[in-house]
Write a protein that binds this ligand. Sequence first.
Ligand code: GDP
Ligand code: IMO
Ligand code: MG
Length: 429
Amino acid sequence: MPAIVIIGAQWGDEGKGRIVDHIAKRTCMVVRYQGGNNAGHTVVIGDKTFKLHQVPAGIMRKGVAAVLGNGMVINPLALVEELDTLQAEGIPIEDIYISSNAHVIMPYHLLLDALEEKQRGAACLGTTLRGIGPAYADKYARCGLRMQDLWPLERFEKRVAEVLPRVNLELEGVFKHEPLTVKEIVDAYAGVAERLAPFVTDTSLLVNNALDKGETVLMEGAQATMLDIDFGTYPYVTSSSPTAGGACQGAGVSPVKIGAVLGVVKVYTSRVGTGPFPTELLDETGDWIVEKGQEYGTTTGRRRRCGWIDLVSLRYATRINGFTDLALTRLDVLSGLDEVKLCVAYEMPDGSITRDYPLNTDTLAQVKPVYEAMPGWSGNLHAARSLTDLPETARNYCIRVSELLGVKLDMVSVGAERDDLIVNSWPIN
Ligand code: GDP
Ligand code: IMO
Ligand code: MG
């Protein structure tokens, strides 16, 4: 069986975690291939809510290996905390593997993230302040530390001593911040480095061995297409490649081994942080969706901006990722509205109408959505387990989205709980 990639199609928080959790039960391994603890992936099992930040959501399924791939940036302190939380909940952590090539989020990355955001002032990006941008910047500037650099202690000290002068030049020169010492950094990470050492390995080898044996491997994207460093609303993006191409690079897997690319789409749109959002609802309906959907960030607790589904950006996401399959989430949240709207085109600043996503971020900030309206639905959808269990209008809405994107509809989620899911088909049988 080839690999299946799961990707957020919008601006994040589509419900990737719960979709990964579901599909993982048919796989042997789930790999996170980019991002760090800026992600917050939720899995709800009964009355327990698990929030995964760096460990892939596949960990919630017994016997499924959880891999943190080379494309990630890892905060070792936060990871140890996450492992402790999982263990305290009785989730086994023996089958976790961390790429020795994954980069480390260092204490100064967190500091720089905050200082850079402050310096941007009103033009801030609204990052999660987890040090993601600075950690990836160092990776590409070839002055990052990788997981394999964290021990033995002498090596770690040597590597920190090599990179710190450059960091301090920036801290002192640009931000007038006091310099950091090698000792304080080494002291902060030495204990956790030792704790994580047994988990660190060549994860690309593991993943490819599993694929060569005919096993199915799930690749779990964090963030989302519209936050992609190349394809998102730059500069209001994250610093990695959540899109399908990033999966190969971030896990060490050939493109020919990818068998399916599943896009996870919230039935409306949400966004945290700054940046253009054509279908944003700055009105009562927007507030209603936020409250009904409890749209507050899994990682930072920030209120998410909400609006109607945007088929222009979703068609773009379908093109960039080559979605073969679709999972729609949170259908229950829109229950209770007389009418729902789908953005099917944009009116450009010059008055012309386009169905193609404009690449210019300033233009995107000025487009006006062109809507198609559909009748809404009401009632409690949580018990629906097939499309035919849904009110006809809700079913028609899902089918319309799938038709407009030209992508097969695999799943529709109707509640946060693990089993609140309609499985229409599977990405790979
Ligand atoms: P991710 O980052 O894409 O994994 O998504 P998050 O976990 O950050 O946010 C999704 C939120 O929606 C979480 O609180 C989930 O528990 C919740 N959720 C997922 N699917 C559904 C659904 O079908 N209905 C409702 N009401 N909540 C859902
Ligand atoms: P999951 O995986 C939603 C957003 C931040 C900010 C921008 C850059 O849970 O869907 P960063 O800290 O990455 O430099 O912030 O990206 N962002 C997310 N928004 N869900 C996420 O992850 C996000 N990860 C980052 O809000 O706008
Ligand atoms: Mg999230």
